[in-house]
Design a protein around this ligand. Structure first.
Ligand SMILES: Cc1cc2nc3c(=O)[nH]c(=O)nc-3n(C[C@H](O)[C@H](O)[C@H](O)COP(=O)(O)O)c2cc1C
Length: 202
């Protein structure tokens, strides 16, 4: 697959088959993530892979709590019913799950490039996540980003150092639906994508 095809066919996936993910698919995706650009060559990405059904169930419970909160926020809104019908995760179905963290270095550690924008560390991890996603896509697999989780409650589930800041939880596996080649939120008429990027030349 050409890079361009991977970029344009990559989808956020919430529907998975039960097919196992070959070890080399994950190894290649992790290698691609590790080749991402990072501020000051800090490479602050940290990955926790989740196979345990029990841990997945705990994550799903956190998702359900947060999703109920989102629904309550929409309560009086005509979109509440539509929101309730969207499938926004595949936590229990996906054969593999993954938390991705940004390890925050000590405040007094000098990291080239972070002096004015500390968030550059987090953005570096987002670059790694995209590489991981494209690598999965190239191999015929995919993942879905789950941000509807109260990450302050993560310590109830897994033990990671306090300076590991979570970017999200990811459901990984073989897609069971290609959403007709467009974002699922577009297919399900939740959101309309913009025709192109906002660009200004000066
Ligand atoms: C930071 C981030 C958080 C996201 N969180 C969720 C989520 O919690 N649940 C979900 O269903 N999709 C989530 N998505 C996926 C987006 O909805 C999706 O990328 C967008 O609709 C475009 O679809 P596509 O990725 O298939 O092109 C998230 C995406 C990003 C980049």
């Amino acid at each position: 697959m050409q890079l361009r095809d991977a970029i344009f066919t990559r989808r956020d996936t919430r529907h998975f088959t039960s097919a196992a993910i070959p070890d080399d698919v994950i190894a290649n995706a992790l290698a691609a993530a590790h080749a991402a650009p990072s501020v000051g060559l800090s490479q602050p990405w940290r990955f926790v892979l989740v196979k345990s059904v029990e841990v997945k169930q705990q994550i799903k419970a956190l998702f359900d709590d947060a999703n109920q909160k989102a629904l309550r926020q929409l309560q009086e809104n005509e979109r509440a019913e539509k929101y309730g019908n969207l499938k926004l995760e595949g936590i229990l179905e996906a054969p593999l799950g993954m938390f991705v963290f940004c390890e925050q270095p000590p405040e007094d550690e000098f990291i080239l490039g972070t002096i004015t924008q500390r968030d550059t560390l987090t953005w570096s991890v987002a670059c790694a996540i995209q590489n991981f996603w494209l690598s999965l896509t190239e191999a015929g697999f995919s993942m879905g980003w789950v941000s509807i989780i109260d990450m302050t409650r993560l310590s109830e589930i897994i033990d990671v150092p306090a300076n590991f800041h979570p970017l999200g939880y990811f459901c990984i596996g073989q897609p069971a639906d290609d959403y007709q080649g467009i974002p699922m939120l577009e297919r399900d008429q939740w959101a309309e994508p913009k025709a192109g990027p906002w660009v200004k030349w000066v």
